[in-house]
Each structure stands twice: as structure tokens, then as C-alpha cells.
Design a protein around this ligand. Structure first.
Ligand code: IVH
Length: 717
């Protein structure tokens, strides 16, 4: 993609742009420079996995470009690195026809299957039995399949596989993936229009992080990286796609025509030649090195089927060390002319086959089933297994979801059960093995009463789970407290599960209100605490008292009320207890609040206990009033002007008032309507009048020139 001297030039240019030594007054040229260096760093970081500048430096360059483009909107081009995240999708996804059908693959499971495939290929190609066919072998990525169309060197369309003929148009979402170049030099190879096939994936460690934070937020976790990836591709808001950590690997040049519309696929004599072309154009392909440790190449051109078998078996053992989830390898005839001789069935190409890895399964004994009560009262059965080693982890506790799951699998305590972690990260029980029973096994008894508070369990008609409806149930109270302080709720540092359990056992916590009236002297006396830790905890709790009310709403563990719903509601109220006067219909006037959520929040605020709880919290100093952050739920949470209010006066020379305001808001500021003691900064342009005088008289307002304002936004330029 970039020759080494070119890399050096772009690196030097980056440094000059960062330290301000580049004297380039023409904004168009400077924008072009910034775009070039940012594209280069995106490629180094997201495709090569080998960055040459720090994240901070990248961000600084990005901000410089953003600021310049905001000041010169006419110079923004659609393939600028700042233009990756576009607007929300309003309707449904448009349907688009693929340029050639996207077929499936036939499967093989062992060496015999692969030898049969090789024989079949030779027959189709009319080669004699002793001849050797070369194959390309590459990972079978387990994510969401995508098709990208480039025309005239620009990414013009991206789609999901759909039914193979027609897919969903997801261009705006794919543009947010920084491993996907928005422009690529196809025309240098005579290609005017091309369709590339590939897979959008989430690295396993990023997936774990996403799930962990969803769990903390009380959101449902993804079963596996594939679900997280395919879901990520189909978000209505490209910003959400961009936050999913997706990457795209491209493994097939499906279609290529020149400017006259002539098919030129055969110009690439072999599959590996076309993959090398994609790599050289800046795409992430199976040739990419994914981490330092990867000692087995992800793709290999094998001279015969024996080498193919060898390579596939090596990967079967190696796959857990690879940073992405794979479910096998794909074997492709390398020579394009031979591929054409093989042809297709309606389902798959006859020149390619998937080699599926063995599912990762083990048998172990089901020792017991425990029933756990969650924060909203759902009772979940959990299998307690004899510990068993499976694909790198020890499996001991496995969720059994609900009663129906146990019944349908006829699970009995004492059974040998088959546990699997196929593509899935979360292990699950596939089945019991009744043929191994000796008669001592006992069916699982589903409790009629809550295992903690003994109240009768109920099963709402439209749900699969049994619930404990006693909101005062100890288990629920404890789980709610644990959730209340968690990162996505009130975010109280140092007040986690073990401390809460300890205080609870000491009888200090009966409800979440008690968390705000703790006796810090008593805490300081506890083993392992002391003055310092007690003070730290008090400071963290005092800080949380000032949280915006959307955090408080979320922290109440109202069934189905996540962070998003909490923000939507918080934006509509002045005080949390306004909600006790809301009727059901009023909730439904809020866009995106559905009937189930409306019902749950409505009943929560109809319950006197809950209202009293909130009143007590308010008496303890917890904020129940709408804050600025609640009024603007999508406002940035960081930026050099975060939390400061700003006002512009006079004529600005480098940008319009609107542009300046946009920049200020993006940097975290709020816009003030006039000069008052609440104003933090007044930016003065030429011919400033009374506002300047008033601000000077107030003395609390900082007065900045336009240059000073710009400097704060991109301190290095
Ligand atoms: S080649 C016509 N190569 O597997 C060629 N497919 O079961 C067909 N897949 O949905 C595709 N990794 O998206 C090919 N290296 C790879 C692949 C791959 C994953 C997916 C593909 C398709 C499915 C077929």
C-alpha cells in the first residue's frame, strides 16, 4: 500500500502538523495533508495492526481536521476521515441486489472429505488422477458477511449477504469501520467497478469487554461475537456501529469490470493474486498479521491436497490463540481458469469447500441445580457441574435459562451432560446422556417459592421465567444495590459487590436510600478500612449525589429500563417525582418508549414505597432535579470545554457564528444566551459591544479572542 519512503514522508508530515512547524496557510492544502496522514494512520492501526503514532497524536490530527473542515465546510469531501459517522437511518434498510450471487459453501469435516473434494475437482477440470491441484486455504471467519462495491476508486455501497441474491444496504454503517478504506486505487489495476466479499468481525477480547460492560449496565449480553457483529452491522444509528469495535476482513474479489463494463476477473490468474491486490490497496485480508504472537500464517497457498489437510489440522489446534472467532478454514482452488471449469451449483461453488473444526464439547456430571434471584426478581436455574476443561476455560456454572429449557432436555441431577462451546463463548448444555443413567438420577424440581424469601413465584403469561414478586426480597434488594452503584448506573467507585454484601450483613443497608446515610466513623473502624478509605468512599458517594437524574432512573432497576430509556424520560421531566403524576399515555408520547417499558415505569411510580424511597434519598442529598446533562442526553462527555458555558459576540474572522457554536458544543461547552454570572467564557470578535462591557464588569467571565478559542480546540496547531 505505502512504500517505505512514502511512509516516512507521511510520518514526518504528521509530526510537523502536530508540533505546528508546518507553515501552510492554504486551508485546502492543509485539509488535504491532514486527510492523507489520517488515512495513512488508519491503515497502520486498523489494517496493519502496527501504529506509528500514539492514539493521542492521532486524535489531535483528527481534531485539527475537524476544526478546519468546520471553518471551511465547502472543502469537506465524502471520503474525508471525519465523514465516517453519518446520520441515523430513518426507515428500514433498503434492499440491494448483489452484482453476482453470494453463495454458501459446501462443508467437509475430515481428511477423507477433503480427498474426495480434490478428486471431484480433478474430474471437473478433466485432469488426471495423479496431477496436483494448488489450493488457497484461509480462515473461515465467523462474523457477519458483507459485500462492498467500489466505483471509480470510491466506496459507493455496502450490503449484508441477505438471501444471497439481495441484501440490506448498510453503507452508512460500514463507512464507520476504519479498516475499510473509503477510497482505494482500483483504477491503477484497470478496475472501474468491483465487488469485494468479506466478513465483519469483533476481536474476542473486545467482545469480552463489550459483554462485561453490558452486564454491568444490566443489558442482555451477546451469546457470541458473531451475534454482536451481525447486530452491529444492522444498527439504525451508525454511531452505535462505530462503537461496536467491528473490523472487516476481505477474502474474495467477487466482481471486477473495467471502464467499458468488460469483466476482467480472469486477469487475476489466481485467487492469491487477487488477495494480494486487495492487500496492496489497503484492505485487511487473510494475509494480515493480527498480533505479535501469531506464529501460524492465516493463509497459505498449498501445492496439493496433502498440504491442505496438514494446514487445516494445524489450525484446528491453533484456533483458540487467534484473536478472532473462526469456525473452520476455507479451501479454494487457486487457479481462476480451473475455478471456471469447476463452476457452481445453485448453492455453492464447486471450486471451494469449508473445512469445519470439531465442535468443542466435553461430558461432565450435573451435580446440582441452584436457583438464583436477580434484581428484578427473575429466578434463573444454574447448573452446578463437575468442573471440566473446555477450549481454554474451566466450566463449572452454566445457566439453564428457564424451566422449559430443563424440561425439553429432560435434565436430571446426577446425569452425564454434554457441554459445548462451539462458536459460542458462553458454554451451554447440549443434552443429557440418558443411556449412561444408573437409576440414581433425580429430576430437577422447579421451586414453587422464592429460594430466598419463600414468597410464591409467579410466571407472567408472556414470559418464560418465574419471578419472585416481593420487591423487599433480600436477594433482590441486594442485587439492586449492587446494580445501583455499578458503572452504568450511579457509578460509585469503591462501592462494589463485596463492600455492599459486607455492609448488608452488618445490617447497615436495608434499601438503596441507606447507601446515602452511612456512618463513616463506623466504617473507618472496620477491618481493612481506616479513615482514609472511609473518606474516599464518602467522597465517591457525595459525588454520586450530584449525578444527572438519568443515572438515578437507570439505577432503580425498573424492568426493561436501560440507560437509553432513562435518558429519554429524564429529558422530559424537571424532577424525578413528577413521574408519580404521569399517566400511562404520557409515557407513550415519548418517541422510542414502548408500551412494556411505559407500563413498568408507570407502576413503579404508582407504588408508594418507591416514592417514599426517592423522597428519603432526596432528604439524604441525592439530586432529583433535571440537570443540564439530562436536557442534552447526547452531549459529549469529554472535550476541552466540558461543563463550561460560552457565548460569542462581535464578528468572527475565520468562521461564522454558527460554525463556532458547533465547534464549542462538540468540545463539550453549553451555549449561553446572554452575559450573566453563569457564563464562563465570552469569545469576542471585531466590533464587540455591550456584551463585552458587561462581561468585563462581572469579572467572573473569561474573555477570549477567536485565536485563543481555536487554540483550545486544537492546542498543537
Ligand atoms: S468464500 C463463493 N472465504 O462462510 C465463495 N467465505 O458458508 C464463497 N466465509 O457466508 C465465500 N470466511 O461469508 C469465503 N475465507 C472465506 C470465508 C467465507 C467466512 C463465510 C461466507 C459465507 C459462509 C459460507
Amino acid at each position: 500500500m505505502y512504500a517505505s519512503d512514502q511512509q516516512r514522508i507521511l510520518f514526518d508530515l504528521s509530526k510537523k502538523l502536530l508540533d505546528g512547524t508546518l507553515v501552510e496557510a492554504d486551508p485546502a492544502r492543509r485539509i488535504d495533508d491532514l486527510q492523507q496522514v489520517l488515512r495513512f494512520h488508519e491503515w497502520k492501526y486498523y489494517v496493519q495492526n502496527d501504529p506509528v503514532v500514539s492514539d493521542f497524536e492521532y486524535d489531535q490530527l483528527y481534531k485539527q481536521l475537524e476544526a478546519l473542515e468546520a471553518a471551511h465546510p465547502d472543502l469537506i469531501t465524502p471520503d474525508s476521515p471525519t465523514q465516517r459517522v453519518g446520520k441515523d437511518l430513518t426507515g428500514n434498510f433498503a434492499q440491494v441486489a448483489h452484482l453476482t450471487p453470494m453463495l454458501s459453501l459446501d462443508n467437509s469435516y475430515n481428511a477423507d472429505d477433503l480427498n474426495d473434494f480434490d478428486e471431484q475437482v480433478k474430474k471437473l477440470c478433466k485432469l488426471d488422477k495423479e496431477s496436483e491441484v494448488a489450493y488457497c486455504v484461509e480462515p473461515k471467519y465467523d462474523g457477519g458477511t458483507i459485500a462492498l462495491v467500489y466505483e471509480n476508486d470510491r466506496l459507493v455501497r455496502a450490503a449484508t449477504r441477505g438471501n444471497g441474491a439481495v441484501g440490506d444496504e448498510i453503507t452508512a454503517n460500514i463507512r464507520t469501520l476504519r479498516s475499510v478504506p473509503l477510497q482505494a486505487g482500483f483504477s491503477k489495476s484497470g478496475i472501474y467497478k468491483a465487488e469485494l466479499r468479506g466478513e465483519a468481525l469483533i476481536r474476542k477480547d473486545i467482545f469480552d469487554r463489550i459483554n462485561k460492560s453490558r452486564q454491568d449496565a444490566g443489558d442482555q449480553v451477546f451469546a457470541n461475537p458473531r451475534n454482536a457483529a451481525t447486530g452491529g452491522l444492522r444498527m439504525k444509528d451508525p454511531k452505535e456501529t462505530s462503537e461496536r469495535g467491528l473490523e472487516a476482513f476481505l477474502y474474495q474479489l467477487g466482481y471486477a469490470v473495467d471502464a467499458e463494463g468488460q469483466n476482467i476477473i480472469e486477469r487475476f490468474h489466481t485467487h492469491d493474486e487477487s488477495i494480494h491486490l486487495l492487500e496492496s490497496l489497503g484492505f485487511k485480508t487473510p494475509l494480515a498479521k493480527t498480533n505479535e504472537q501469531q506464529h501460524l500464517p492465516a493463509t497459505k497457498t498449498c501445492k496439493n491436497i496433502a498440504e491442505v489437510i496438514d494446514f487445516c489440522l494445524q489450525w484446528q489446534d491453533y484456533r483458540d490463540e487467534y484473536p478472532y472467532e473462526l469456525d473452520g478454514m476455507v479451501v479454494k482452488v487457486n487457479d481462476i481458469t480451473l475455478q471456471e471449469r469447476c463452476g457452481f451449483t445453485s448453492h455453492h461453488p464447486r471450486w471451494a469447500i469449508a473445512f469445519k473444526f470439531k465442535a468443542r464439547q466435553a461430558t461432565t456430571k450435573l451435580r446440582d441445580v441452584e436457583f438464583q434471584v436477580g434484581k428484578t426478581g427473575a429466578v434463573t436455574p444454574v447448573a452446578k457441574l463437575e468442573p471440566v476443561h473446555l477450549a481454554g476455560v474451566t466450566v463449572q456454572n452454566v445457566s439453564l435459562h428457564n424451566e422449559e429449557f430443563i424440561r425439553s432436555k429432560d435434565l436430571r441431577i446426577g446425569d452425564q451432560v454434554l457441554v459445548e462451546r462451539a462458536g459460542d463463548v458462553i458454554p451451554y448444555i447440549v443434552k443429557s446422556l440418558p443411556e449412561l443413567r444408573d437409576g440414581s438420577e433425580v429430576p430437577v424440581q422447579y421451586p414453587k417459592n422464592c429460594p430466598v424469601c419463600q414468597s410464591v413465584l409467579v410466571k407472567p403469561e408472556d414470559e418464560a421465567v418465574w419471578r419472585c414478586e416481593n420487591a423487599e426480597c433480600e436477594a433482590q434488594v441486594l442485587q439492586r444495590m449492587i446494580f445501583h452503584t455499578s458503572k452504568h448506573a450511579m457509578d460509585i467507585e469503591g462501592f462494589g459487590e463485596s463492600t455492599i454484601e459486607r455492609f448488608y450483613k452488618l445490617g447497615w443497608l436495608h434499601s438503596i436510600a441507606d447507601m446515602y446515610r452511612l456512618d463513616y466513623d463506623a466504617i473507618a473502624q472496620l477491618d481493612g478500612f481506616g479513615e482514609k478509605s472511609a473518606t474516599k468512599l464518602r467522597e465517591a458517594i457525595d459525588k454520586a449525589k450530584q449525578n444527572p437524574i438519568y443515572r438515578l432512573l437507570h439505577s432503580l432497576s425498573i424492568h426493561h429500563l436501560g440507560q437509553k430509556g432513562s435518558k429519554l424520560i429524564a429529558a422530559e421531566i424537571e424532577h424525578v417525582l413528577d413521574l408519580k403524576d404521569w399517566d400511562l399515555e404520557k409515557y407513550q408520547t415519548i418517541k422510542d418508549v414502548g408500551p412494556v417499558l411505559a407500563k413498568n415505569v408507570f407502576y413503579f411510580f404508582q407504588n408508594e414505597h418507591n416514592v417514599e424511597l426517592l423522597q428519603t434519598m432526596e432528604q439524604c442529598g441525592v439530586n432529583l432535579h433535571q440537570t443540564d446533562a439530562d436536557k442534552r442526553p447526547d452531549a459529549p462527555t469529554e472535550g476541552p470545554l466540558l461543563g463550561r458555558s460560552i457565548l460569542f459576540t462581535g464578528t468572527l474572522s475565520q468562521m461564522t457564528r454558527e460554525e463556532a457554536e458547533k465547534l464549542a458544543v462538540a468540545a463539550g461547552a453549553t451555549l449561553a444566551s446572554g452575559v450573566s454570572k453563569h457564563l464562563s467564557i465570552l469569545v469576542v470578535g471585531e466590533k464587540a459591544g455591550s456584551k463585552l462591557k458587561k462581561a468585563q464588569a462581572l469579572e467572573t467571565v473569561e474573555i477570549w479572542t477567536e485565536e485563543e478559542f481555536l487554540k483550545v480546540l486544537s492546542p498543537e496547531s
